[in-house]
Design a protein around this ligand. Sequence first.
Ligand code: NAD
Length: 291
Amino acid sequence: MSKIGFVGLGIMGGPMAGHLVAAGHEVTGYDHSAAALDKLKAAGGNTASGAAEAVRGKDIVITMLPQDEHVESVFADVLEHADPGTLYIDFSTITPKTSRWTATEGAKKNLRVLDAPVSGGEPGAINAALSIMVGGTEADFAAAKPIFEAVGKTFELVGPNGAGQVVKAANQLIVGGTYALVAEAILLMENLGADAAKGLDVLAGGLAGSKILELKRKTMLERSFVPGFRIDLHHKDMGIILAAARDAEVAIPMGALTAQLIAAARAMGYGNLDHSGLLLVAEALSKRDDA
Ligand code: NAD
């Protein structure tokens, strides 16, 4: 069993830290939010008064933070306070560039670094059923296996440092684009006299079928957009995707269009809705004055 420092105990990090406590690890957590710290305490974990304290003297340090800037700031504490040899696992979704930077800077201090963004959302975190895409070395991946087993169901080493973030970007590209097209398909059926509910049932069983059709077709038809995964976070992820594509000099026109639709959703005040709320943007684009 390991001594673990865990920084970022929000929607995802909170339940994940709880699973690590339940698996028998000694977990010391830190978050800016007092409520998040209370939850970890109730789950049997220890709490720290700052990131430096959470990081000091641990075998493994974990972060689950919103964006690059948060990871950069907490990683400064990791560089300063973690013991040489510490395994650092970042579960946050950030740019591949920042993940590679943590690996390069970490190596200078003899830290072992993995980027390990996740998919599966809040239910995946609560049920320890996350899919985890990992970038780093074979040896560090093997050392992190007990952690991945405690919080996830599927995990793969997908390449060197940063590759986990690249695969997560690909995930978000497909998810965002699929929502945009499902939204247009719904409007098409609804406006041309077809039974959209029955239509989506049929589509879900054919080549157009997807996890999104399986899980979200009912709530989309009902116009219920309770998150889930917020449009604001997907907007952040589209920024990561576009920057990564630019770095790689790969053209992603479909991704660029999806990013604009998600940006529009945000500008229309839907940032806190589930990303299936892209349907509201599709509707607004076809709204007629005579309707
Ligand atoms: P969240 O906002 O619920 O949690 C982030 C936590 O980090 C907050 O509790 C915040 O107080 C804390 N925090 C921020 N800066 C800090 C600092 N410097 N020191 C200590 N604590 C700090 O976000 P979340 O939904 O848990 O998402 C975390 C990451 O996981 C994001 O990168 C997100 O894109 C990714 N993700 C989220 C989901 C989802 O469905 N929510 C799914 C997959 C991946």
